[in-house]
Design a protein around this ligand. Sequence first.
Ligand code: CUA
Length: 329
Amino acid sequence: MTVLPGHFLLAASPSILDGAGDEARRVAGLWWFMLAVATIVYVVVAGLVAFAVVRHQRPSTEVSAGEPGEGAAIERRGADREEDIGFIWWGGIVMPIAVLGVLAFLTVTTSVALRRNTPDALRVDVVAHQWWWDVTYPDGAVRTANEIHVPVGRTVDIQLRSVDVIHSFWVPQLAGKLDVIPGQTNVLTLRARRTGTFLGECAEFCGVEHANMRFVVVVQSADDYAAWSAGERSPPEPTDLAGEALFQRSTCSACHTVRGTAATGTVGPDLSDIGSRAWIGAHTVANTPDNLRRWIDDPSTLKPGVLMPPSRLSPAEVDELVAYLEALR
Ligand code: CUA
């Protein structure tokens, strides 16, 4: 089976103009206004350039010194110069300040509005790692990775932190982008207005796998969200699969957590619901048994530079682990 990196499968990037949330629609509104202003400025300036070219082609009325009509020509040139200086003042200084002033005002008021404070907002903590996203819900003791579930119509405060370098959190259809900076918590507010799955990505170069640091925001109805949250809260059922014991005694459990078991590593993503996720490797490849097998065997064949080392397990052991991981939901 051919494995295509995620970005080929997702060739159609989401558009900021196809807003599905209040914040994205606000940003899109500002974008349209700026486009309209830029278009008007372009048409006016291009028109003036065309006018100047045409005017310059008029036959010269220059009069040499001492010729009859010299006085009138000097007077005409003086009036032209005064007109030119007035035009430079208005067209070169007053108008640009006015246009840029209006755009700056709207940009600042939009930025302030995007950072509104909503006391009953749902809090989601997102921690950026090279190159994946750790997602926790402090109120619900829920933890997952690269997948953020939110209820439609509810204001969500996403508290963004980074454990290594600067990343940037961006879901174009839901909100503007916000840098994720080590040593600091930035809060991105969003309120989705329609259900669906929306692609997000890291928008700041953060190392070799920056392009494979994607995630999804799953916007659900209130009931679906409550069901998802309740399902996540209960730890996965213990299995009698050979892969479970293998997971515990191999190096897997040192880096990954599976709730309700002795595996409590926090270096890599929490795998308690890995079987229910559509993608692995922060949206690098689809979550299929074949891709999971390749990932466990040597993840760098799918995501070069990834920090997870090869497993050094036999093919039979890898198969056991894949069966176990698929059962985690
Ligand atoms: Cu993280 Cu780019």
